[in-house]
Design a binder for this molecule. Structure first.
Ligand code: PXL
Length: 273
């Protein structure tokens, strides 16, 4: 039986992140992709130059015909640029009883472009976190959302607690940004080999995932791909831990095998593992 997933996110026309990465990821997992566009960004591998956001009404008009027709098995949200769009998405999820909700709290691009404003962030927390089966912040996102400065694994626990108090049931904090920190994150066993750790809080229970850390600039689209891979696996009927495990291996291989295109941060290589 064909499983269907929906991404509600921004378009990166250069193909590295956002909707294009999500759709490719769904397709690789054999899940039928559908997509509602919340914003069109202007960017390439060197940076984000601007964006033209969709209205809440446009986002509703895109989503409702999809979910009223198809049996959508999982939903991933990415860049939702305004408070109005976030509130509309939260209303539709509640109204239509949508399941397997993965919220990637996209806040800013790697190049430092703010992808959502402060009012949007507040409503993302208030309206969407309680509806999410899992939220997937990276460290800068976890810091901005929780207000906790993250320098250690204890800080990660604190940030996750704050986000759980905000209403998020399960929290995956992606540690890729912390691998460069002095000390803590190095893999002691092997000379020079480094590891990236991701921290999954299933309720209050912590699971740590370790993966190889590739020294590379090819990281464009990692967050989008991870969250859409989790959604694809939930759509296929896998449980949350299995979905996170598979998604993490998938992104790790996509980073390792990145095509190194463009003059900035190359997109990763979304392909079967
Ligand atoms: O990776 C964050 C992100 C998400 N969605 C869109 C983006 C970006 C970063 O550039 O452009 C559309």
């Amino acid at each position: 039986m064909t499983k269907i997933a929906l991404t509600i996110a921004g378009v990166d026309p250069s193909g590295g992140a956002g909707t294009i990465a999500d759709v490719k990821t769904f397709a690789v997992f054999g899940v039928f992709p559908t997509a509602a566009i919340a914003s069109i960004t202007f960017q390439n591998t060197l940076g984000v130059y601007g964006a033209e956001h969709q209205s809440a009404d446009s986002v509703r008009q895109q989503i409702v015909p999809i979910v009223d027709d198809y049996d959508v098995a999982a939903v991933k949200t990415g860049m939702l640029p305004t408070r109005e769009v976030i509130e509309e998405v939260a209303s539709i999820i509640s109204e239509r009883g949508l399941k397997n909700i993965v919220v990637d709290p996209v806040v800013r691009s790697t190049s430092g472009f703010d992808l959502i404003d402060d009012a949007a962030l507040r409503s993302l927390i208030a309206k969407l976190f309680p509806l999410a089966d899992i939220i997937t912040p990276n460290i800068p996102e976890a810091e901005r959302i929780s207000g906790v400065a993250i320098e250690s694994e204890a800080d990660i626990q604190d940030a996750a607690s704050v986000m759980r108090e905000m209403g998020a049931r399960n929290v995956l904090i992606k540690g890729g940004h912390m691998v460069n920190a002095e000390g803590g994150m190095r893999n002691a066993e092997s000379s020079g080999k480094r590891i990236a750790k991701d921290f999954l809080f299933l309720g209050s229970e912590l699971r740590v995932f370790e993966g190889d850390y590739w020294e590379t600039t090819a990281t464009h689209g990692t967050g989008c791909t991870l969250s859409s891979a989790i959604a694809a696996n939930l759509a296929l009927g896998n449980d949350l831990i299995t979905s996170v495990e598979i998604a993490k291996r998938f992104v790790n291989e996509a980073i390792r095998a990145a095509p190194m295109i463009g003059r900035g941060h190359s997109p990763i290589n979304i392909k079967p593992i």
